[in-house]
Design a protein around this ligand. Sequence first.
Ligand code: ADP
Length: 586
Amino acid sequence: MKKFKQKNVISRLFVDMGKYKKRFWAVFAVIVVIKLCLATAPKVISIITDTMQEFVTSGNFDFGKLLIQCSLLAVLYLIGYGADGFINRSLVFISQKLSLNLRNKAGHKLNRLTIQYSDNHPLGDIQSRVTTDMLNLSNGIESTLPSLLGQAVLMAAIAIMMFFTNIRLALIYIIAMPVTFIGLRIIAKRTNKVFRNTNKHLGKMNALVSDTYSNHTAVKAYSRVDEKEQEFDELNREFEKLFVRSRFTSGFMRPFSDLMAKISYIFLCLTGGFLMIKGNLTLGEFTAFLFYGNMIGVPISELSVAFNNFQDSLSSASRIYEFLDEDEEPEETPKQTLSLNEIKGKVAFENVKFGYTPDKTLMENVSFTANPGNTMAIVGPSGAGKTTLINLLMRFYDIQGGKIKLDDIDIKELSKHNLRNAFGMVLQETWIFDGTIAENIAFGKPDATREEVIKAAKLAYCDSFIERLTNGYDTYISNENSALSAGEKQLLSIARAIIANPKVLILDEATSQVDTKTEEVITKAMQDMMKGRTSFIIAHRLYTIRNADKIIFMKDGDIKEVGSHEELLEKQGYYAQMYASGISAE
Ligand code: ADP
C-alpha cells in the first residue's frame, strides 16, 4: 500500500468536505467570536476591579457605572458559552457528510480495484480501513476538533488580550508558550508514530480474524488450530504492547503542559507583585492576569490532549486515503466493440509474453488458436499456470508482449466490460451472493425474467433441488450460510453462465469436492452447455482431455505443448509422458 503523507491529509479532507466547507468556515468564525468574548471577559473584570478600587479610595459609589460594566461582562459570558450547541451540531453534521462522501468513495473503490490488488491484500485490512478508521475519523471531527480549534483560538485571543493589558507580563507567556509547544510537538511526533503502528496492527488482527473465520473448516481440517491460535496470540500481545506504549507516550502531554502553565503562573505572581509595588501595574490589571494565567492553563493542556487525539484521527484518515488512492482498473476508450450476438468465439494467442512481476517472466512466445466451437482442455500440474491463462483471457492481467485476439480483434481494443461479457465462467470456487436463488442465477443477466431463470436452472439440472427447498427459487442463500452443497452451488453457477449465453466458456472441472453422482450431473450440464461454444476447460479427467479438440499442456507457468490428443502422443513430449504414466491432469 502506498504511504500517504500526513501533511496532505488536511487539505484532502477539505476537498472531500465539498460544499460543506463553507459551513465549516462559518463554524470557525463563530468559534473565533465566542473565544474572543471569553478572552475579553477578564479585561472587563480588571476594569470592574479598578472601578471598585476607585470607589473605595474616592468614597463615591456610582451604581450605574458598575451595572453597565457588569452587564457587559454578562453579555460576553452569554455569547461565550451560549453558542457551543451550534458548534457541536454543525460539526456532527459536517463530519457525517464527510464520512458519507468517503464511504461512498470507498464503496466505489472496492469495485474498481485491480485484480492484482485484491489478489495481494487481505480482506480484514480493507475492512478495518473502511469501517474502524472511518469511525475514528468522524469521532475526531465531532469530538476532538471543537476542542482543538476552540482552545487554539482561545489561546491566541488570550495572548492578544494580555498584550493589550500589560506587555511585560504578557512576555512571560510569550516565552513559555513556544517552549510548551516545542515540548508537546516532540511528544506528539513520537505518539503519532506509535498510533500509526497501533492502527496498522489492528488491521493485521482484523485480517487474521476474517481469514481464520472464513477458512474455518480448512483450519480445522488441516489441524492448523494451534498454529492460528499462536499467530493470533502473538499479534494480540504485540497489539497490547503497542497500545500501552501509545497511551504511555501520549500520557506525558497533559502533565507537561500543566507544569509549564503553573511555572508561568509563579513567574507571573513574582513579576506582577514587583510591578505593582513599583506602580507600573494596577490591581485590576494584576487581577486580569491572574484570570488569564488560570484560563491559559486549560487551553494548553486541553489542546495537547485534543492534538493527540486528532493525530490519531488523522492517521486513520491517511489510512483511508492510502486505500482510496490505490490503482484502479484504468478507464478505457475502446477502439472497437463486439456485438454479443455476433461473436463467433475464435480465440487466438499470438506470441504472448507475461509475468506477474516485470522481473519474472512466466510465459514467453505463447501461440495457439481456438476455432469457434472448439473445446480446449488446459492440463498441467498445480502451479503450472492454468489460472494465469484464464486471467489473461479475461484481461484480469495485461500481457507484456504479443496479442490475444477474440474474433481476430486484439482484446486490448475492446473494453473489459465488452470482453468479459463474451465469456462465461464456472469455477470450482463458486461465487454465491447474499440474495435469493433466482437473484443468484439472474446475476448472469440482470434483466432476466422468472421464465428465463427457470429455463436456465432446468438446463443446468438445478430445478429438482431448487424445488425441494421450502421457498423454491425465493430461498435466501449466502456464501457463508446456505443450505446448498458444493455440487449444487456449482450447478447454480452453471445456470448463471447459461442464462448469460456467452460465446466463450471457461470451465473448471470438479475434482474431489462432490460425490460421483453429482459429478456426473455437473459433467453432463457442462457438456450440454459447451455445445456450439468455444470452451476452455481446466480438465482433470482423461475422458474430457481425450475428447477435446486441442490440449494445452502447461508447466512452470508456461505453455509447453498445444495439439490434439493424437498429435501430442505422437510428439512424445510432456503430455505423452503424463498419459503414459496414467496419471490424470493434476
Ligand atoms: P495453476 O492454476 O495451474 O495451479 P497458477 O496460474 O495459479 O497455476 O500459477 C502459475 C504461477 O504463477 C505460480 O508459480 C504462481 O505462484 C504464480 N502466480 C499465480 N498468481 C499470482 C499472482 N497474483 N502474483 C504473482 N504470482 C502469481
